[in-house]
Design a protein around this ligand. Structure first.
Ligand code: HBI
Ligand code: FE
Length: 287
């Protein structure tokens, strides 16, 4: 992850937002969006969760290309009261959480180059909008994201951000959900990646383990490659419920006394849906 500066860059507001300046995107940049959109929209039926597929309709705007955030926000606002605002890149945690707590999703204001379709370190507008916004059109998930932002703001006072960030990572970014007995994708990092959309569901390498809040918050993650473990929620209602009814302050204290787990670890008490071979991870030396 890139280092974020403490102060907003030149031209950004105090909350780090900037004008999307949609008119400045070139035809080539819009074409990158269209290529990625078409490829993923074709791949995801039968793979992405029903909530994500339903939410995809909010992205079907009046013209192809990178969405205009004003028009997109109007649709999203009508669905769940969320808006999309532009930022230059990664923003500091407190700023990020404050936006979520107020039902604003921050989206990067740039798009990957045509020669980087499959891999990118920093979240661009395709990841942020195609990956995240469909789920924000789901009323239950929309509430979960707001609750996460509120919890994030509180966690800053406990020095527990790294533990809470794991919850975001293994749900919002890389989560799987069980629907009618089958695994489906809802994590934005998966739906916005062609390779990981296949890997997360079909590959024998990763573990797929039933979601447990404490377990997830103890588990380190990798940001440089496909995940070694995916956590599976039973429903978005259940995810929201467990987040709202947990008192995180004593939980942070409890977790302080427990050791962190490596991404590939499987515990005796886990409900394991798939025990991964980890063959893929072993073939890829850590960078
Ligand atoms: N900034 N633009 C942007 N996007 C994010 O997803 C993001 C961020 N800043 C902080 C942050 N995420 C993390 O704190 C969360 O992953 C918990
Ligand atoms: Fe993301």
């Amino acid at each position: 992850m890139e280092l974020t500066l403490e102060r907003p860059p030149e031209g950004a507001a105090a909350d780090w937002t900037i004008d999307q300046n949609w008119e400045r995107f070139t035809p080539q940049e819009h074409a990158v969006w269209d290529t990625l959109f078409e490829r993923q929209a074709r791949l995801l039926p039968g793979r992405a969760s029903k909530a994500w597929l339903r939410g995809l309709d909010v992205l079907r705007l009046s013209r192809p290309g990178i969405p205009n955030f004003e028009e997109l926000s109007e649709r999203l606002m009508a669905a769940t009261g969320w808006r999309v605002v532009a930022v230059p890149g990664l923003v500091p945690d407190d700023i990020f959480f404050d936006h979520l707590a107020n039902r604003r999703f921050v989206a990067g204001n740039f798009i990957r180059r045509a020669d980087q379709l499959d891999y990118l370190q920093e979240p661009d507008v395709f990841h942020d909008v195609f990956g995240h916004v469909p789920m924000l059109a789901d009323p239950v998930f929309a509430d979960y994201m707001q609750a996460y932002g509120q919890g994030g703001l509180r966690s800053l006072g406990f020095g527990a951000l790294h533990k809470l960030a794991r919850l975001y990572w293994y749900t919002v970014e890389f989560g799987l959900v069980e629907e009618e007995g089958a695994l489906r994708i809802y994590g934005s990092g998966i739906v916005s990646s062609r390779g990981e959309s296949l890997f997360a569901l079909d590959d024998p390498s990763p573990n797929r383990i039933a979601f447990d809040l404490r377990r997830v918050m103890r588990t380190r993650y990798r940001i440089d490659d496909y995940q070694q473990t995916y956590f599976v929620i039973p429903s978005f209602e259940e995810l929201l419920r467990c987040t709202l009814e947990t008192d995180f302050a004593p939980l942070y204290a409890e977790l302080e006394g427990m050791e962190d787990l490596d991404p590939e670890t499987v515990l005796a008490e886990d409900r394991v849906l798939t025990q991964g071979s980890q063959a893929y991870a072993r073939s890829r030396p850590r960078g």
